[in-house]
Design a binder for this molecule. Structure first.
Ligand code: NDP
Length: 485
């Protein structure tokens, strides 16, 4: 117990106050790069969720009726404070996830600020429709829904947490939010920032804990009107099933098994460099990573050789070392899951071209959970390795001959989140973009994001779209008013 007291102790943020969980229990939170327990997260339960929903309901009349300019000003202040606290937030994100500090500094935290700034501005430009008839006019109101739930995963903790919370708040809703219990630290720091920014009490409530208790209670609470969820497909299915009988609005951003297609006429140097990133960035733990690489036969050997060489050069190491490209994966359990998938790939007949095992570092990270970037060749589309999301630094690579063949491969899974196509033939690029089963298609690039665009997947990659006006539409209820002249 004396040992436990030394750890950072996080608290729930409910009705503007920092509270212990009603159970008095805490969950262990590990720094995966050093394999050490370093913080304690509230193990909240239904009672805490009930308090949070009550607080959100009480805050709703004030927040929803507040002039847009005032709401926007508070959200801009939150964005400013995220930027001012960049070092603290980036350091916390890296300790929680094991991702390179450079990535937290350059991507995760700046994007979290950008999410608040973007939606603070977007709400002032949000307009609704009007439809004129000969003898009447219709206008559509877009009203905030009320209390909404935001549930996010561990791979891009603050980035995805704020991607949900910001549009929900901008549209005038009050929020009960839960970060992943695996990576709760920056969500806790965000609650302090919101307090400092003067966000009225109860407008945002952050309840820490397990998905199966806190997440479930949020989804099932009768006064939570909408759920915005990002996470695994199976969890999404559970949430959809729970929400359906209550007719709640749901937005589900789920898993992916994204194809990365390289034609022989592509700019190969660029395709190789970007494929190294799209395969292994954030240890391959981005839902948009291209985990199935298809290369047209004439350039297959060259692509493979150079891709392997550049992947081999990636430095797997201490996330705090500025020269590190790949940090640790998020947890020991996740590392074991990835290694199990690699064993399955071997049993399925895959040849491990690179990596394939855990990496033991020396020094500060000797007990951390690291995996070599792994490239696997020789597997058919219908095997588990090519069908199931591994969500780690593992990709498969395979040659193809024709556009028809690669289109069938690309569309040959139950997922449909994103796809990258590398070609200099614009007709082929647009034809394929049209036919591929993906909510997001990149041509000659990857992960280029404009926050105004619709974001999300089809098939088992999700339901609904986030981003820009799509998010503001999700977080509002349309009401048509018809006036007879
Ligand atoms: P999970 O589905 O396990 O968890 C996501 C969140 O849901 C966590 O906060 C989790 O809590 C919570 N949760 C778990 N069970 C329930 C439940 N029954 N009711 C309500 N909430 C619940 O996903 P991971 O955290 O493992 O994240 C990885 C997954 O996220 C991958 O599949 C990845 O593809 C997907 N993802 C999708 C993105 C997209 O935009 N499409 C973007 C990023 C990731 P707890 O932490 O306690 O488990």
């Amino acid at each position: 117990m004396a040992e436990a007291r030394k750890k950072i102790q996080l608290k729930n943020y409910i009705n503007g106050s920092f509270r212990d969980p009603s159970s008095g229990n805490y969950l262990n939170n590990y720094n995966p790069a050093i394999g050490e327990l370093y913080a304690l997260t509230p193990d909240s339960n239904e009672d805490d969720v009930n308090l949070a929903v009550k607080a959100a309901e009480m805050a709703f009349p004030l927040w929803s009726k507040m002039p847009i300019e005032s709401r926007s000003r508070i959200m801009t202040r939150i964005a400013d404070l995220i930027e001012q606290n960049l070092d603290i937030l980036a350091s916390a994100e890296t300790d929680d996830t094991g991702k390179p500090l450079s990535l937290s500094n350059e991507v995760d935290i700046p994007r979290s600020a950008a999410n608040f700034r973007f939606f603070a501005n977007a709400i002032s430009l949000f307009s609704s429709e009007s439809h004129a008839m000969n003898d009447a006019v219709n206008y559509t109101l877009r009203k905030p829904i009320g209390v909404v739930a935001c549930i996010s995963p561990w791979n891009l903790p603050l980035y995805l947490f704020t991607w949900k919370i910001a549009p929900a708040l901008a549209a005038g809703n009050c929020v009960v939010a839960k970060p992943s219990e695996v990576t709760p630290r920056t969500a806790f720091l965000l609650s302090k920032i919101c307090d400092e920014a003067g966000l009225p009490h109860g407008v945002l409530n952050i309840v820490h804990g397990l998905g199966t208790t806190v997440g479930k209670a949020m989804v099932e609470h009768p006064n939570v009107k909408a759920i915005s969820f990002t996470g695994g497909t199976e969890t999404g299915r559970t949430i959809a099933a729970a929400a359906a009988p209550m007719f709640k609005k749901v937005s589900l951003e789920l898993g992916g098994k994204n194809p990365n297609i390289i034609f022989a006429d592509a700019d190969l140097d660029k395709a190789i460099d970007t494929s190294v990133l799209s395969s292994f960035r954030n240890q391959g733990q981005i839902c948009l990573c291209g985990s199935r690489i298809y290369v047209q036969r004439p350039v297959y050997e060259r692509f493979k050789t150079e891709f392997m060489a550049k992947s081999y050069m990636l430095k797997v190491g201490d996330p705090r070392d500025p020269s590190t490209n790949i940090g640790s994966v998020v947890s020991e359990a996740h590392m074991k899951k990835i290694l199990e998938h690699i064993e399955i790939a071997k049993k399925e007949g895959g040849e491990i071209l690179l990596g394939g095992n855990q990496l033991k570092l020396k020094g500060r990270c000797e007990h951390g959970w690291f995996i070599h970037p792994t490239i696997i060749e020789g597997l058919p589309i219908d095997c588990r390795t090519n069908q199931e999301e591994i969500f780690g630094p593992v990709v498969t690579i395979q040659p193809f001959e024709t556009e028809e063949e690669v289109m069938a491969l690309a569309n040959g899974t139950n997922y449909g989140l994103s796809a990258s196509i590398w070609t200099n033939d614009i007709k082929r690029a647009t034809r394929m973009a049209d036919e591929i089963d993906a909510g997001i298609v990149w041509i000659n690039t990857w992960m280029k994001r404009d926050l105004r665009t619709p974001f999300g997947g089809m098939k088992q990659s999700g339901l609904g779209r986030e981003g820009g006006l799509e998010a503001l539409r999700f977080f509002t209820e349309p009401k048509n008013v018809c006036i007879q002249y």
